[in-house]
Design a protein around this ligand. Structure first.
Ligand SMILES: *[C@@H]1O[C@H](CO)[C@@H](O)[C@H](O)[C@H]1NC(C)=O
Ligand SMILES: *[C@@H]1O[C@H](CO)[C@@H](O)[C@H](O)[C@H]1NC(C)=O
Ligand SMILES: *[C@@H]1O[C@H](CO)[C@@H](O)[C@H](O)[C@H]1NC(C)=O
Ligand SMILES: *[C@@H]1O[C@H](CO)[C@@H](O)[C@H](O)[C@H]1NC(C)=O
Ligand SMILES: CC(=O)N[C@H]1CO[C@H](CO)[C@@H](O)[C@@H]1O
Length: 302
């Protein structure tokens, strides 16, 4: 009996912890997105979702623009999101977030759309139809891929970065604010402005740490979070995930699209352990792992 209870407790206590995989800006490159998701063990060779029930997948926006694969990428995200909410067995959780390029397109700013992308829709007019709020992409972006931020296990995910003034709205408040502005097509709403907004802010990625880390700490405190994971500012020179402010921020836009260097990386978070995953040549289902957990001081303090 004792042994039984012991095993029962151990089994309970060691239930697999949540594995969060976060992926940065994709910019219209389906093959590269497939490569990253395969390396992270979320998709297999034939595009079937292989995430376990312990998996949470977050994509921090900018699925569209620059490359030609808008349709295939949005179909993929809609499919894996549908599977995650309709499956009756415990399933992965999927959070595709909005980036500034989704907003740009919704608002009719098409300066980064490639000719090949227009062609893939069968021309400009068809693309416009799909992107209208009643079109299939408009519907997707107001129902599924409709949030600007999410917090999972104390980590906040957002495209650009949340400054204290926006953090005051809270996670749900930010999402509601964006959704309302989207549905009312108020593109001049301050939340969409280029600059210090969750879609556009770059300070946490490339501002001077002595200035921005204080701001980041304040925002994290307001949100009740321990770290922020952001995209938007591509790390083209290194092609690697960047840790900022002592591991309080991670920049995961590594330039995944082949228009930007075809770099291949994702961030894995399990509890307090943060690991950068990188593709390995010739081994598409494997990852090179680099520990990025904030360094524990217990040893260095000795
Ligand atoms: C991918 O996963 C699906 C569903 O589990 C499976 O049927 C298929 O055989 C897998 N493909 C490969 C190449 O492993
Ligand atoms: C996902 O679900 C929505 C709403 O139920 C449905 O309209 C859509 O066709 C589904 N899409 C895919 C790709 O499964
Ligand atoms: C979007 O965010 C709201 C509030 O934060 C949440 O209730 C909703 O489930 C989220 N939607 C998706 C598709 O994740
Ligand atoms: C951050 O990046 C943006 C875009 O590349 C650039 O315009 C800005 O000057 C950079 N800021 C700093 C402090 O380097
Ligand atoms: C939903 C939405 O507003 N989509 C827009 C995307 O961009 C095209 C081109 O400017 C507009 O026509 C669509 O209305």
């Amino acid at each position: 009996m004792k042994t039984f209870v012991f095993f029962f407790l151990v089994a309970f206590a060691t239930a697999a912890p949540r594995r969060i995989i976060a992926v940065g800006d994709i910019h219209g490159d389906f093959p590269q997105a497939h490569k990253v998701l395969r390396m992270s063990n979320l998709l297999n060779e034939t595009l079937h979702w292989t995430g376990t029930p312990e998996t949470t997948f977050v994509q921090v926006g900018d699925v569209v623009d620059r490359g030609p694969d808008t349709i295939r990428l949005f179909e993929l995200f809609q499919r894996i999101y549908n599977e995650s909410i309709t499956s009756c067995v415990p399933h992965s959780t999927v959070y595709p977030l909005l980036g500034n390029h989704e907003i740009m397109n919704l608002s009719g700013d098409l300066r980064s759309v490639s000719q090949a992308d227009f062609d893939s829709f069968g021309g400009r007019e068809n693309r416009e139809k799909a992107w209208r709020l009643d079109g299939w992409i408009g519907q997707l972006l107001t129902h599924t891929l409709s949030n600007v931020t999410v917090m999972v296990d104390g980590t906040v995910f957002v495209h650009g970065g949340i400054q204290p003034k926006w953090a005051k709205l809270g996670i749900d408040g930010l999402n509601l604010h964006v959704k309302k502005a989207l549905l009312e097509q108020r593109w001049d709403d301050p939340i969409f402005a280029r600059g210090d907004t969750p879609f556009w802010y770059r300070g946490y990625a490339n501002g001077t740490e002595s200035v921005v880390c204080e701001e980041l700490n304040e925002a994290l405190e307001i949100l009740g979070a321990k770290r922020m994971v952001i995209g938007h500012t591509p790390q083209l020179e290194t092609g690697e995930i960047l840790s900022r402010c002592g591991g309080k921020a991670f920049v995961i836009d590594v330039g995944i699209t082949s228009r930007y260097g075809a770099n291949c990386a994702a961030l894995e978070i399990i509890g307090d352990s943060v690991t950068a995953l990188y593709c390995v040549d010739g081994k598409p289902d494997e990852a090179r792992r680099v520990d990025m957990s904030p360094r524990s001081h217990t040893h260095s303090d000795l």
